[in-house]
Design a protein around this ligand. Structure first.
Ligand SMILES: *[C@@H]1O[C@H](CO)[C@@H](O)[C@H](O)[C@H]1NC(C)=O
Ligand SMILES: *[C@@H]1O[C@H](CO)[C@@H](O)[C@H](O)[C@H]1NC(C)=O
Length: 465
């Protein structure tokens, strides 16, 4: 009886007086994958110190996720496990609460059907400045249903939409593959109208588009799949004289995000933002991981503090297959470092692909790209790849609207980042890059929470205020 009273009293003491911390762990040896571990309680500090300071606040987060490409939507839509897969991605009970999706507007290098745009013209029609042929009906087959289902599971889900190419009649090649955007102002006006029509058409389907980028990788001009070159001068003028004013005229609040390419050409967004008239319409700059230094968005933010930072794309693939190395690389360079460099989103590439890294009907583009999930054609089987866990380590504990707060980032082999929600709850993500386990002590509001993190592993901590 006494013992039982003592046990009840100690449980009450721990839960009422001592604030506990929830723990989710993924280990490099894959023995744990986002598994919930025993709660932590305060104790004497031990090991490296990671200080959390909720009073030093930085950017407000918008979300974490990946891209709903045509291929991704196709493989999920056609899987016999569709409902389960969608819960696994978007649910706050059985999934990782993915909160941000990048939508490919028509063609990209991940197409289950032939690449298209929303203004493809019949034979003999050479232009369509009035958008008479504008049509999103191809997206109704499986793309829009997947977006709607995702939003119904996570009502906080945000969407950024990106074209890989303008309609071919607006291009020098008259093809979706490669070529330049025609610079003349009538084409800039037509392309602006195209974005307005797209946002309005999606709205009437019940899908709000929160942001757009003007062009995926505007410096990447290749044959074999939809790409398009667009100079920074043309992107600037398009926003300044056409898209910005068109959005205002039509009461469109969708954010305009510029650039959407690698870390190595910051002068491109710089050229646009140096023009005050263009800059007033721009919300942010999108960055990809395939070139340059991961700290560039932070440097850029230092010189453009009023412009937001979005990490919009990075893909894993069969060129790098080692789970623990990929876990460390992704957490270090993207999911921890990009928020430190002011990113409001961290997005990967395909949300799902089949067992052949597809489907892909076009010949060019990425071969061997890995989806966040691998969804096998026919069998109903699917696997969560390392990308699923790196997204989940943030999306499961950091909800949109959370603010990044100060944390000791680099101590020994640890990397960390922290966020505070409106209700005071704090999420901390810690990576151990070392090939051996290491101990640290989280120092929050004057209490210490000790943890021993295995080799090449990551843990997410949720501290309730
Ligand atoms: C989970 O999502 C559902 C549906 O949006 C919502 O009603 C519920 O409050 C959420 N639960 C938590 C714990 O956030
Ligand atoms: C992954 O790489 C690590 C070294 O970083 C190595 O110890 C481990 O054995 C590799 N795992 C596999 C499955 O090859």
């Amino acid at each position: 009886m006494l013992l039982r009273l003592f046990l009840i009293a100690s449980v009450l003491f721990q839960s009422v007086l001592l604030k506990k911390v929830q723990v989710y762990l993924t280990t490099g040896d894959q023995s744990k994958k986002l598994s919930q571990e025993a709660d932590l309680y305060p104790s004497n500090s031990n090991g490296r110190q990671i200080h959390i300071d909720r009073y030093r606040r930085y950017q407000t987060m918008e979300g974490f996720g990946a891209a709903m490409t045509n291929s991704a939507a196709f493989v999920i839509y056609h899987s016999s496990k569709r409902q389960e897969i969608m819960q696994h991605l978007f649910s706050n009970t059985s999934g990782i609460v993915i909160s941000y999706i990048r939508l490919t507007m028509g063609g990209s290098d991940f197409m289950a059907v032939p690449p298209y745009t929303y203004d493809d013209l019949p034979q003999g029609v050479n232009n369509d400045f009035n958008m008479d042929y504008f049509d999103i009906s191809k997206d109704r087959a499986f793309v829009i249903p997947m977006l709607k289902q995702a939003r119904s599971i996570n009502p906080n889900l945000k969407i950024i939409a990106t074209p890989w190419s303008a309609p071919s009649w607006m291009k020098t090649t008259n093809s979706l593959y490669g070529g330049d955007f025609r610079g003349e102002s009538q084409y800039q006006q037509a392309y602006s109208k195209y974005f307005v029509k797209f946002i309005q058409a999606y709205k009437s389907e019940g899908v709000e588009i929160n942001a757009i980028t003007i062009q995926n990788e505007p410096l990447n001009n290749q044959n074999g799949y939809p790409t398009m070159y667009m100079s920074s001068q043309i992107q600037r003028d398009l926003i300044k004289y056409h898209l910005g004013p068109e959005f205002r005229k039509n009461n469109i609040n969708t954010k305009i995000i510029i650039y959407d390419h690698n870390w190595d050409h910051p002068e491109y967004p710089g050229d646009i933002l140096n023009d005050q008239t263009a800059a007033q319409y721009v919300s942010g700059v999108g960055w990809h991981c395939y070139g340059g230094d991961a700290t560039e968005p932070g440097n850029f933010h230092a010189s453009h503090p009023n412009i937001d930072i979005y990490h919009t794309e990075c893909s894993g693939g069969d060129w790098a297959n080692n789970f623990s190395d990929n876990l460390v690389w992704n957490m270090d360079n993207l999911f921890i470092q990009q928020p430190h460099n002011w990113a409001k989103t961290v997005l990967l590439w395909n949300l799902a692909l089949n067992e052949n890294h597809g489907p892909q009907v076009q010949v060019g583009g990425c071969h061997g790209c890995r989806g966040v999930l691998t969804v096998h054609s026919g069998s109903g089987q699917y696997e969560s790849e390392v990308e699923y866990y790196v997204i989940g380590h943030l999306s499961k504990v950091v909800q949109p609207g959370a603010v990044r707060i100060e944390s000791t980032d680099k101590v020994g082999d640890f990397r960390s980042v922290a966020f505070q929600h409106k209700d005071g709850t704090i999420a901390i993500i810690v990576l151990n890059k070392a090939s051996h386990s290491n101990s640290f002590s989280l120092n929050i509001d004057g209490s210490h929470y000790n943890y021993n993190l295995p080799a090449k592993s990551v843990a997410s901590f949720l501290y309730s205020y």
